[in-house]
Ligand binder design. Structure first.
Ligand SMILES: Nc1nc2c(ncn2[C@@H]2O[C@H](COP(=O)(O)OP(=O)(O)OP(=O)(O)O)[C@@H](O)[C@H]2O)c(=O)[nH]1
Ligand SMILES: [Mg+2]
Length: 185
């Protein structure tokens, strides 16, 4: 953690604008955050039961990420944290075709009242057979329909085997996020 409080289960970072990491349960939010934080792949083993706060340094930026678990009961908290955030990272499981419509609905609900909040969508699990490719994800999530004032990015990612170095797509995601944070400060 970059400062006390970062690893607390109930984040209360008054005055700090965070990067919120949302998406359905099992999409890979915790795995992505672990990998971004350590530059080593570590697939998360347990579902996030509440919040997962992670601080990551990248070049000049220090970034505070807050994941809220994606299970149905936790989704009610998603909205509460939105007003304070700088950037939304929305992670989807590209192979979970059955739930992409739900993922789409929830994303659109989240951003409908904030026309300028930048969004980075990570189309995760690109390694899985049957994963939708980027253009299919773009269509399935109706990303053309998120407003023209918004910065919207879509990147394919995957969290490879435990212990390996992170993939180039993950490095790209980290650089993009760091760049966006710098631009907004
Ligand atoms: N094949 C594959 N599996 C992945 C990938 N990313 C995550 N997983 C696996 O997917 C499962 C869920 O990953 P998590 O990172 O816990 O997902 P989450 O979005 O944090 O889920 P919640 O905390 O429950 O909301 C774990 O078993 C991971 O090992 C990926 O890119 N490819
Ligand atoms: Mg998690």
């Amino acid at each position: 953690p970059c400062r006390p409080g970062c690893s607390q289960p109930h984040p209360a970072w008054p005055g700090t604008r965070q990067i919120l990491v949302l998406g359905l349960d099992g999409a890979g939010k915790s795995s992505v955050l672990h990998s971004l934080a350590t530059n080593q792949v570590k697939r998360s083993v347990a579902p996030t039961e509440g919040f997962n706060a992670v601080c990551i340094n990248s070049g000049e930026s220090q970034m505070e990420f807050l994941e809220i678990g994606g299970s149905e009961s936790l989704r009610t908290y998603w909205k509460m944290y939105l007003p304070k955030v700088l950037l939304l990272i929305y992670v989807v499981d590209s192979a979970d075709r059955a739930r992409l419509p739900v993922a789409k609905e929830l994303l659109h609900q989240l951003i409908q009242n904030n026309s300028t909040l930048p969004v980075v969508v990570l189309a995760n699990k690109q390694d899985l057979e049957g994963a939708f490719c980027i253009t299919d994800i773009y269509d399935a999530l109706a990303l053309s329909d998120t407003g023209d004032k918004r910065k919207m990015f879509l990147l394919g990612t995957h969290v490879a085997e435990d212990g390996s170095e992170i993939s180039s797509s993950m490095k790209d995601a980290k650089e993009l996020i760091a760049q966006l944070v710098l631009e907004m400060q």
